[in-house]
Design a protein around this ligand. Sequence first.
Ligand SMILES: Cc1cc2nc3c(=O)[nH]c(=O)nc-3n(C[C@H](O)[C@H](O)[C@H](O)COP(=O)(O)OP(=O)(O)OC[C@H]3O[C@@H](n4cnc5c(N)ncnc54)[C@H](O)[C@@H]3O)c2cc1C
Length: 383
Amino acid sequence: MGVVWEPPLSDEAAEWQKVARETAQAHFAPLAEELDRVQRYPWEHVTVLVETGLAGLYVGTEYGGRGAAFDTVCAVIEEISRACASTGAIVTAYALGASPIVLAGTPEQKAKYLGGLAEGRAVSFALTEVGAGSDAAGIRTTAVRTTNGWHLNGEKIYIGNGGASQYYVVFALTDPAAGTRGISAFVVDKDADGVVIDEYADKMGLRGTNTSNLKLDTVVGDEALLGTINKGMGLAMRTLNAGRITVAAQSVGVALAAYDVGSKEAARRHTFGTPIIDNQGISFPLADVATRITTARMLTHHAATTYAAGGDVSILGAMAKLDASETAHKAVDLAVQIFGGDGYCKPCPAERLYRDQRILEIYEGTSEIQRLVIGRAVKASST
Ligand SMILES: Cc1cc2nc3c(=O)[nH]c(=O)nc-3n(C[C@H](O)[C@H](O)[C@H](O)COP(=O)(O)OP(=O)(O)OC[C@H]3O[C@@H](n4cnc5c(N)ncnc54)[C@H](O)[C@@H]3O)c2cc1C
């Protein structure tokens, strides 16, 4: 019986959590160290994700997927991230790319792009540009109507699963004078003329994932427009509202992994004739981390089930991401400390988790941006 709280999962979520746990332990955990060391995208994991149904878990059954609920997806992301943070991030990026299509795609678009995901042809979410990360309204990529279709021109950076994904949901200015009310979303095929993916980031952590830029000087047809013209910013924000909960689930997975290795090492390692866990200097921070993981997991589970039930998660999702990613920060920091010198050196799992964790406080909205979102809500409810 573990100390950290276990969420009361639905039968469906419990079943898929078991599949994810067995799959992750058999296939993903054994490669986690190597992927980090050589910085390699694990295509063999993609094959396993497709074969087990985990790749198309949240894709509707009518499109070849399993039609699982959002809280099931989060339970799976947590489990995979606990075994291999990079593979967990790949699955999280699947959800982020697929989400705008789930939210706004036509039946034809869903059949093409979501059906592809179930077979391993993923979709990436391409919003960020140089100078337009937190302030996403500052994007400069344009989509200009021509006689041939829409001419997309610009450059996206830091695209999760970049190069590995077949399709990209690109946010571009269709009415530059209208600001955030002049942004639209388009789906772009990486094999189209004028689409170039290069410059892969050499990252601190999650080194088994691809993070690339995306250069666009290409023409797409009307069928590439996703959702309503000039409503793309709202679509991006709705996507991120859900995406933040998946990052919270990822964070809980990484925190649990650090807590697992840290607490075991604290019981194993002896100094001055006793296990180091017998010192309150070690057991109290472990107690704090177990408590923080429990509350972060509760919040994440609540946000996931709320979203699955159609509830508003614009604040709840920000809170879950903020709390879970900062809990993961505490957990990896403590794990490194418990391992002592070994924790500072490769190939200690605590050292890898310490680097894998850091991005969780940055992507899909930094901790400052989550506080900004929550702070604005506090103000709105107080005036
Ligand atoms: C590995 C990785 C994967 C990514 N995946 C994707 C992806 O798949 N798709 C995608 O579109 N993007 C992706 N991103 C981009 C990511 O979402 C952005 O890097 C992130 O949102 C931060 O934007 P920025 O880097 O431009 O930092 P900036 O916006 O320049 O922020 C710099 C610092 O200033 C702080 N700051 C900014 N504004 C405020 C404010 N008003 N108040 C207080 N502090 C503030 C920020 O919190 C941060 O600490 C990824 C990035 C990485 C590194």
